[in-house]
Design a protein. Structure first.
Length: 245
């Protein structure tokens, strides 16, 4: 994989290329990883995996290898058929060398707590999955899910992402990888807690009327982003974008 920006390099080490900066002192560093076509589609027939390829998969795995927690909305868990994080031996050893668990847990954000506790995301996880939910959600789901997951309560009726991040920080987690969906992404932007966007541009056109990277009210004024890095392989462009306050 070659680097185009900030300077041209014919080949890069992806682990080094995606090393996170020093994060905030009161919450985890948050980066979001999403894929989009050139015409703005983030999925085909409801799934984002069909837009990617081997190069995109390498970035996906690299970003997961850096995270203390992988956070995702319950709707995305269902539509993308999520399972636990799996990393190869080299990435697991690099994590051990950094003082991290060999694999990060998945944290599922759900207001209702309506999850399939028999899915592989819970039953095959090497490290227990986390359920980030509201007070109402935990009341209706903890008795069913506590055998296979740990719960993080943030908010009374709705999940408050800033509170959730603060609670994860208190648990020792210093970096969060956000994997969508668009509504959850927008919640992080609205809360001012998105630090970085890792955007893959897929060399495809889809059309349709599907969702964008962020769902919700128009952001006014628009938020500026700075290009930290641009990589390329097989026609895919991989942006590392700093989200400015």
């Amino acid at each position: 994989m070659r680097r185009l920006l900030p300077d041209a390099v014919p080949s890069v080490d992806l682990i080094d290329a995606y090393a996170p900066p020093e994060g905030p002192t009161d919450r985890p560093f948050v980066r979001c990883n999403m894929i989009s076509t050139f015409d703005g589609a983030i999925s085909v027939d409801g799934r984002s995996g069909r837009l990617g390829g081997p190069a995109d998969r390498k970035i996906f795995t690299t970003l997961r290898s850096w995270a203390d927690v992988v956070m995702v909305g319950a709707g995305t868990v269902r539509s993308e058929h999520y399972g636990p994080v799996r990393l190869d031996d080299e990435l697991r050893q690099r994590r051990r060398d950094r003082g991290q668990h060999p694999v990060p847990p998945i944290a599922i954000v759900t207001r209702s707590g309506n999850l399939d506790w028999s899915s592989s995301l819970f039953t095959e996880a090497e490290v227990r999955s986390l359920v980030v939910t509201s007070t109402e959600g935990v009341a209706g789901s903890k008795s069913r899910g506590e055998e296979v997951a740990d719960f993080v309560v943030a908010g009374s009726e709705q999940v408050d992402v800033a509170t959730a991040l603060g609670n994860l920080y208190l648990l020792g987690h210093r970096s969060v990888l956000l994997e969508g969906g668009p509504g959850l992404n927008a919640d992080f932007v609205a809360a001012g807690t998105l630090d970085e966007l890792c955007l893959t541009l897929s060399p495809r056109l889809v059309a349709g009327t599907g969702s964008r990277l962020f769902a919700g009210p128009e952001i006014m004024p628009p938020i500026d982003v700075g290009v930290e890095q641009l990589l390329e392989e097989d026609g895919f462009l991989f942006f590392r974008l700093r989200v400015r306050a």
